[in-house]
Design a protein around this ligand. Structure first.
Ligand code: UDP
Ligand code: MG
Length: 135
Protein backbone atom coordinates (compact mmCIF):
# COMPACT_ATOMS: atom_id res chain seq x y z
CA UNK A 1 0.00 0.00 0.00
CA UNK A 2 1.63 3.24 -1.10
CA UNK A 3 -1.15 5.60 -0.08
CA UNK A 4 -2.26 6.85 3.31
CA UNK A 5 -5.03 9.02 4.71
CA UNK A 6 -4.23 12.27 6.51
CA UNK A 7 -6.37 14.94 8.18
CA UNK A 8 -5.19 18.44 9.01
CA UNK A 9 -7.56 18.74 11.97
CA UNK A 10 -9.72 21.83 12.66
CA UNK A 11 -7.05 23.37 14.93
CA UNK A 12 -4.53 23.27 12.07
CA UNK A 13 -6.99 24.96 9.71
CA UNK A 14 -8.02 27.55 12.32
CA UNK A 15 -4.39 28.38 13.11
CA UNK A 16 -3.40 28.68 9.47
CA UNK A 17 -0.91 25.80 9.64
CA UNK A 18 -2.18 23.68 6.75
CA UNK A 19 0.34 25.16 4.31
CA UNK A 20 3.30 24.44 6.58
CA UNK A 21 2.11 20.92 7.32
CA UNK A 22 1.51 20.17 3.65
CA UNK A 23 4.90 21.63 2.77
CA UNK A 24 6.58 19.19 5.15
CA UNK A 25 4.96 16.23 3.44
CA UNK A 26 5.83 17.59 -0.01
CA UNK A 27 9.43 18.32 1.01
CA UNK A 28 9.70 14.76 2.27
CA UNK A 29 8.76 13.58 -1.23
CA UNK A 30 5.16 12.55 -0.72
CA UNK A 31 2.55 13.42 -3.31
CA UNK A 32 -0.92 14.80 -2.67
CA UNK A 33 -3.37 12.73 -4.71
CA UNK A 34 -6.59 14.09 -3.14
CA UNK A 35 -7.38 16.97 -0.79
CA UNK A 36 -10.50 18.78 0.27
CA UNK A 37 -11.52 21.20 3.01
CA UNK A 38 -14.49 19.48 4.59
CA UNK A 39 -16.83 19.92 7.55
CA UNK A 40 -16.87 16.50 9.22
CA UNK A 41 -20.22 15.22 10.48
CA UNK A 42 -20.82 12.94 13.46
CA UNK A 43 -21.72 9.84 11.43
CA UNK A 44 -18.52 10.08 9.39
CA UNK A 45 -16.44 10.61 12.53
CA UNK A 46 -18.02 7.56 14.19
CA UNK A 47 -16.99 5.46 11.19
CA UNK A 48 -13.52 6.94 11.01
CA UNK A 49 -12.82 6.61 14.75
CA UNK A 50 -14.71 3.34 15.24
CA UNK A 51 -12.07 1.95 17.65
CA UNK A 52 -12.49 4.99 19.91
CA UNK A 53 -16.30 5.32 20.02
CA UNK A 54 -17.40 5.11 23.68
CA UNK A 55 -14.01 5.91 25.21
CA UNK A 56 -13.75 8.67 27.82
CA UNK A 57 -12.14 11.17 25.46
CA UNK A 58 -14.39 10.46 22.47
CA UNK A 59 -17.09 13.10 23.11
CA UNK A 60 -14.45 15.84 23.31
CA UNK A 61 -12.66 14.45 20.25
CA UNK A 62 -15.87 14.41 18.22
CA UNK A 63 -16.82 17.95 19.26
CA UNK A 64 -13.36 19.18 18.33
CA UNK A 65 -13.23 17.36 14.99
CA UNK A 66 -16.62 18.73 13.92
CA UNK A 67 -16.34 22.31 15.19
CA UNK A 68 -14.91 23.76 11.95
CA UNK A 69 -13.62 22.44 8.62
CA UNK A 70 -10.73 20.01 8.38
CA UNK A 71 -8.47 19.33 5.41
CA UNK A 72 -8.83 15.66 4.46
CA UNK A 73 -6.25 14.25 2.07
CA UNK A 74 -4.63 11.20 0.57
CA UNK A 75 -0.84 11.11 0.26
CA UNK A 76 1.15 8.81 -1.98
CA UNK A 77 4.71 7.61 -1.50
CA UNK A 78 6.70 4.39 -1.23
CA UNK A 79 5.40 1.13 0.22
CA UNK A 80 4.21 1.59 3.83
CA UNK A 81 3.97 5.35 3.38
CA UNK A 82 1.65 5.41 6.41
CA UNK A 83 4.70 4.79 8.63
CA UNK A 84 6.59 7.75 7.17
CA UNK A 85 3.63 10.02 7.88
CA UNK A 86 3.22 8.69 11.43
CA UNK A 87 6.88 9.38 12.17
CA UNK A 88 6.55 12.92 10.83
CA UNK A 89 3.41 13.49 12.94
CA UNK A 90 5.02 12.59 16.27
CA UNK A 91 3.49 10.98 19.34
CA UNK A 92 -0.17 11.52 20.26
CA UNK A 93 0.74 12.91 23.68
CA UNK A 94 2.29 16.39 23.29
CA UNK A 95 4.59 15.68 26.22
CA UNK A 96 6.16 12.91 24.16
CA UNK A 97 6.07 14.28 20.60
CA UNK A 98 9.64 15.10 19.64
CA UNK A 99 10.78 18.47 18.30
CA UNK A 100 10.95 18.25 14.53
CA UNK A 101 7.65 16.43 14.32
CA UNK A 102 4.43 18.23 13.42
CA UNK A 103 2.85 17.65 16.81
CA UNK A 104 6.15 18.31 18.59
CA UNK A 105 6.64 21.64 16.86
CA UNK A 106 3.09 22.99 16.81
CA UNK A 107 1.03 21.39 19.56
CA UNK A 108 0.61 21.26 23.33
CA UNK A 109 -2.84 19.65 23.68
CA UNK A 110 -3.63 15.93 23.54
CA UNK A 111 -6.93 16.33 21.68
CA UNK A 112 -6.00 19.28 19.47
CA UNK A 113 -2.92 17.67 17.99
CA UNK A 114 -3.14 19.02 14.46
CA UNK A 115 -2.98 15.88 12.36
CA UNK A 116 -4.38 12.42 11.85
CA UNK A 117 -2.56 9.73 9.90
CA UNK A 118 -3.60 6.14 9.29
CA UNK A 119 -1.84 3.70 11.64
CA UNK A 120 -1.46 0.74 9.22
CA UNK A 121 -2.00 -0.20 5.59
CA UNK A 122 -5.34 -1.74 6.55
CA UNK A 123 -6.43 1.47 8.27
CA UNK A 124 -5.28 3.51 5.26
CA UNK A 125 -7.42 1.47 2.88
CA UNK A 126 -10.43 1.63 5.21
CA UNK A 127 -10.14 5.37 5.84
CA UNK A 128 -9.53 6.29 2.19
CA UNK A 129 -12.68 4.32 1.43
CA UNK A 130 -14.68 6.40 3.91
CA UNK A 131 -13.48 9.83 2.78
CA UNK A 132 -12.64 9.31 -0.88
CA UNK A 133 -14.76 6.35 -2.02
CA UNK A 134 -14.15 7.12 -5.69
CA UNK A 135 -10.38 7.13 -5.44
N1 UDP B 1 -7.11 11.59 21.92
C1 UDP B 1 -7.45 12.31 23.04
N2 UDP B 1 -7.15 11.79 24.26
C2 UDP B 1 -6.58 10.58 24.42
C3 UDP B 1 -6.24 9.84 23.28
C4 UDP B 1 -6.52 10.37 22.05
O1 UDP B 1 -7.99 13.40 22.92
O2 UDP B 1 -6.33 10.16 25.55
C5 UDP B 1 -7.45 12.12 20.58
C6 UDP B 1 -6.25 12.72 19.84
O3 UDP B 1 -6.75 13.80 19.04
C7 UDP B 1 -5.81 11.58 18.97
C8 UDP B 1 -7.14 10.93 18.59
O4 UDP B 1 -7.92 11.05 19.76
O5 UDP B 1 -5.08 12.02 17.84
C9 UDP B 1 -7.07 9.48 18.19
O6 UDP B 1 -6.38 8.76 19.20
P1 UDP B 1 -5.24 7.69 18.81
O7 UDP B 1 -4.88 6.97 20.04
O8 UDP B 1 -5.71 6.90 17.64
O9 UDP B 1 -4.00 8.62 18.41
P2 UDP B 1 -3.31 8.92 16.99
O10 UDP B 1 -3.39 7.67 16.18
O11 UDP B 1 -4.07 10.06 16.38
O12 UDP B 1 -1.91 9.32 17.33
MG1 MG C 1 -5.03 6.48 15.75
Amino acid sequence: MNRTFVICKPDAVERGLVGQILTRFEQKGLKVVAAELRQLDEATLDRHYEEHVGKGFYADLKAFMSRSPAMVMVLEGPEDVYAIVRTMMGATNPAESAPGTIRGDFGTIMTENLVHGSDSNESAAREIGIFFPNL
